[in-house]
Design a binder for this molecule. Structure first.
Ligand SMILES: *[C@@H]1O[C@H](CO)[C@@H](O)[C@H](O)[C@H]1NC(C)=O
Length: 287
């Protein structure tokens, strides 16, 4: 942590403080705005946490005020408890460019009471997505807050659930594999109803008698190169998220990652031969 602060101070001195790392985590309104259904997002704990509501009249959503080019975004989320089948809570980054979209997705697919939540991740690079992976969570994500993190630097993209990396997408641009490096992305979240596909492929429908469905967020933390901001920030190798410790998984992280893949992964597009008779190049390029 100290190293982080020192590096940031140094960076601030050199680059006129373009990276906001002080006083994290932030309140909701410092970094975010409501994008869908004001009435369904309630600030609590003096704006340090929010409650999202899904009922038959609406879901809701919010977005960061700025975009970021590389960095790390994390928040603590407590998902819809009990019978959450048909609900989807999403937390993602998106370049907001229709033609050549970059996007990094966490989607939490609800389930019937007692059945495991599924976390789907997906990655769009240079307009191409269709890279779904799914894991079933090894804990009840509605019982407590858990931290969900996206790290995005020049070396790789890592999705974390608490301290566990559940997905790694390596920068293999040198091998001709697309990787988001040019477009900044905003941070988004939504809670909505998607019972046509979310739970057991759409077989389990939402039970509106259980509404309103409530999810909670807190400890919003975005550290990255804000855009607009100094043009030299993204390439600055002194940014802490580009540091040696973040360029590849540590040995401990790698063990955890393996553990998830062996014990909790339920779908990987890389091994879906009906969809991809020939695995996409990033699946063979290694990480
Ligand atoms: C819901 O539970 C079923 C049964 O355990 C499981 O197959 C499925 O992966 C779970 N998740 C979703 C989103 O359907």
């Amino acid at each position: 942590m100290m190293k982080t602060v020192l590096a940031s101070v140094l960076f601030c001195v050199l680059a006129f403080c373009s990276v906001s790392v002080f006083g994290r985590p932030a309140t909701f309104l410092e970094d975010f705005r409501v994008t869908w259904a004001d009435s369904h997002i309630r600030q609590i704990e003096g704006g340090r946490a929010i409650q999202l509501v899904l009922d038959q009249s609406s879901g809701c959503g919010f977005a960061s005020k700025r975009q970021y080019l590389f960095g790390r975004v994390s928040m603590k989320i407590k998902l819809v408890p009990g019978d959450s089948a048909g609900t989807v809570t999403a937390f993602y980054m998106n370049s907001d460019t229709d033609a050549v979209r970059d996007e990094l997705d966490f989607e939490f697919l609800g389930n019937r009471t007692g059945q495991p939540y599924t976390v789907q991740t997906n990655i769009y690079a240079h307009g191409k997505g269709d890279r779904e992976q799914r894991i079933n969570l090894w804990f009840d994500p509605a019982a407590e807050f858990h931290t969900y993190t996206i790290l995005w630097n020049h070396h790789h993209i890592v999705f974390y659930v608490d301290e566990v990396p559940i997905r790694v997408y390596k920068n293999n641009e040198a091998k001709g594999i697309p990787y988001p490096t040019r477009q900044p992305m905003g941070v988004y979240s939504t809670l909505w109803e998607a019972d046509d596909w979310a739970t057991r492929g759409g077989l389990e429908k939402i039970d509106w008698s259980k509404a309103p469905f409530l999810a909670y967020y807190k400890d919003f933390d975005i550290e990255g190169c804000g855009v607009p901001g100094p043009a030299n920030c993204a390439a600055n190798q002194a940014n802490w998220w580009e540091g040696t410790a973040y360029q590849a998984l540590t040995a401990v992280e790698y063990r955890r990652y393996k553990w998830v893949r062996v014990n909790h992964m339920i779908y990987d597009y890389c091994t879906d031969r009906s969809r991809y008779p020939v695995p996409p190049p990033e699946c063979l390029a290694g990480y």
